[in-house]
Design a protein around this ligand. Sequence first.
Ligand code: ADP
Length: 595
Amino acid sequence: MEVRRRLTKPSAAAAADEPFKSHKQRHIHDSSPKASDALPLPLYLTNVLFFALFFSVMYFLLVRWREKIRNSTPLHVVTLSELAALVLLVASAIYLLGFFGIGFVQSFIYRANQDVWEVEDGSHVEQYILEEDRRLGPCASVRPPPVRKNVPVVPQHPAEGATALPEKPAEIFSPAASGDDEEIIKSIVEGKIPSYALENKLGDCKRAAAIRREALQRITGKSLAGLPLEGFNYESILGQCCEMPVGYVQIPVGIAGPLLLDGREYSVPMATTEGCLVASTNRGCKAIYASGGAASMVLRDGMTRAPVVRFGTSKRAAELKFFVEDPSNFDTLAAVFNKSSRFARLQSIQCAIAGKNLYMRFTCSTGDAMGMNMVSKGVQNVIDFLQTEYPDMDVLGITGNYCSDKKPAAVNWIEGRGKSVVCEAIIKEEVVKKVLKTNVASLVELNVLKNLTGSAMAGALGGFNAHASNIVSAVYIATGQDPAQNVESSHCITMMEPVNDGKDLHISVTMPSIEVGTIGGGTQLASQSACLNLLGVKGASMESPGSNARLLATVVAGAVLAGELSLMSAISAGQLVSSHMKYNRSSKDITKLSS
Ligand code: ADP
């Protein structure tokens, strides 16, 4: 705690009040001398004196006033004693107002402006207002950060740091916290500063994360040792990837491959904590490689967004449906839609009606971006355009779940969303035996009974596979995709059929909704960007916009193919439990276990 100069020692009562004063009050109180500091008596005695004076003089004047009314004496005729009483009344009122009134008024002003707070920078105090600063944008562009004093250094690893909860969290969690940072941490803990505003206020994202983290530890009494703070670029996530960071979670990235796909080799990065997953996918890649590789086709490429609008009658809703689905209106609507981005190109609008509510599913290509922002902007353009022609149209939401984003829905399974990809390979008989340790007939039979019949019995929606979501999620996390979209991106039907007189295995995965991008969102972060680079699909394709994202979608499908092949073989050979015991339970050398 910073020690500040005082003219006199504070009274016990004032000291007891100290923690309960606002940040602002404390600044004012701590840093500047006040008239009360020079009082000859202790503060509470002076206050009692002035209170007593105020009320006794007030009583005296009221008594005198009543007598004057009874005697019909004019009120403005005052005696010397009344004049003195008036002077004393005004003086004591000024004292009491000055002492209690300002604090009282300040407490209201402060409460009304929770977002206004101060950062002391050397000799001056700057007042920042949240909303204005927000518009200033990222940390770097806000304003020069205040002179930084020691940021609390929190132990990063359990071995190096605290293992048991401290009795006094503040002392254990941040032994080095002091100065400005300590002041800010305390203000957050006391609820006087909103934690979300730190980045914009301080102009230093790393420092903001450190302060927020320390405040969180003190508020919860829980240690974050083990959740690293150092080694991450917090500037890179501001306004795009994550709010209110306090650190980052480490997920190991394993490599499956080489995956031989369409004549090219890919090392597939998979971020996962599920033992066996990378090893299993790697085995599938090995089987595909040994059989001459896999081939893929992108069947469709279009991101969707479906707003919901309401009319007074179903007839009016149907009129708009016919209007937007009329091919002669398409060019006009496409021109309006495409203004949103040079990469957004409207492909179709498919409508569904529920009573007087209309759902318009817009599909558009989005270049190398996954495209949710892009398609939403285009849809907004068209909605604004339609509103002039259909003023009775009530726009209830830019998204009405007929899109359908991050929820299991038949519309994606049937119509597709993002990239629709089919990927296939013919696995040779000897590879099935030597690498996969099973046989073609068993695999085909298991696929029918598990992935087709079993899933049908379960009422599956797009879940006609063994574990597509395992591979999709791991590749999505490694490459900066939106992991929540694994819901529909994992829709997959795995087919296995005997070919070449029943000797070899034809395996395919058909995935209608792979939602990936190589630009935007989390793809620009350093780690995720490195994984995209490894696959040769980092960023936007200059030659052919969209080709990087499509290529990534085929790699996802190829990796799923490998994963399906390996897991189905393990189940068919009765190895599933034994291999999981080996990989999930042991920390021993796993390199010997995969082939
Ligand atoms: P998303 O729609 O996936 O959320 P954004 O629209 O936020 O992604 O990010 C895409 C941004 O990248 C847009 O501003 C777009 O203009 C730009 N961009 C540059 N090159 C490309 C490209 N080849 N494909 C798609 N977007 C691109």
